[in-house]
Design a binder for this molecule. Structure first.
Ligand SMILES: [Zn+2]
Ligand SMILES: [Zn+2]
Length: 195
């Protein structure tokens, strides 16, 4: 059976069935299939980028492969926020005050995670940050950069900032948050037909 589709769709039951029949660990098998697919997805993403302006995509999930962004880049001195899909390498501009998961733009629900035990020191070490949403309890880690990372470099950046994922998980945030499946990734303004 082909595992490409189940891996891309995060279809855990299918992966678990295949892993059981092969006698291997399901999580490892799922990750290996995703890794094997990555070069194909990189190629698909670069072809999609030639056909359409991905930067203006208005959903929180990836236009090319449907994955949630692994991180956001804060690019240049103006720190333009660009969501990046580590699976296929796609990137698209995104407002700072907009949750990519539940789509809220209510500034009272959006902020950055404080790491210090006394709550005084923000998590802005080495140009890294964790943006959080109190509505869906989702988080997006952010890395500062002068130019956008290549797809390969992005994978390394994701691994190098795993401590941010650990800090976010410890504080009770998830990626993605508990967004409603029917409206996941769709900004509130777009849902209300106002964008
Ligand atoms: Zn993608
Ligand atoms: Zn949210």
């Amino acid at each position: 059976m082909s595992l490409a589709l189940p891996a891309l769709q995060n279809d855990a039951p299918s992966i678990e069935r295949a892993a059981a029949s092969l006698g291997v660990d399901a999580t490892t098998l799922g990750e290996l299939v995703q890794l094997a697919l990555q070069p194909v997805l990189w190629e698909a993403a670069s072809q999609a980028a030639a056909l359409t302006d991905i930067d203006t995509w208005e959903r929180g999930y990836c236009l090319c492969c449907g994955a949630w962004p692994a991180l956001a880049e804060l690019i240049g001195t103006e720190r333009r926020r660009v969501l990046r899909c580590v699976r296929c390498g796609s990137g698209w501009s995104w407002l700072v005050l907009l949750c990519p998961y539940c789509g809220t733009d209510d500034h009272r629900d959006l902020g950055s995670l404080e790491l210090g035990a006394d709550g005084s020191s923000g998590v802005e070490t080495r140009g890294h940050r964790i943006d959080v949403c109190e509505r869906c309890h989702g988080y997006v880690k952010a890395v500062q950069t002068f130019t956008s990372n290549s797809a390969v470099r992005l994978v390394a950046e994701d691994v190098a900032t795993l401590y941010l994922d650990a800090a976010a998980a410890q504080a009770g945030y998830r990626r993605p948050g508990d967004a409603d499946a029917a409206t996941a990734g769709i900004p509130r303004l777009a849902r209300e037909g106002r964008s």
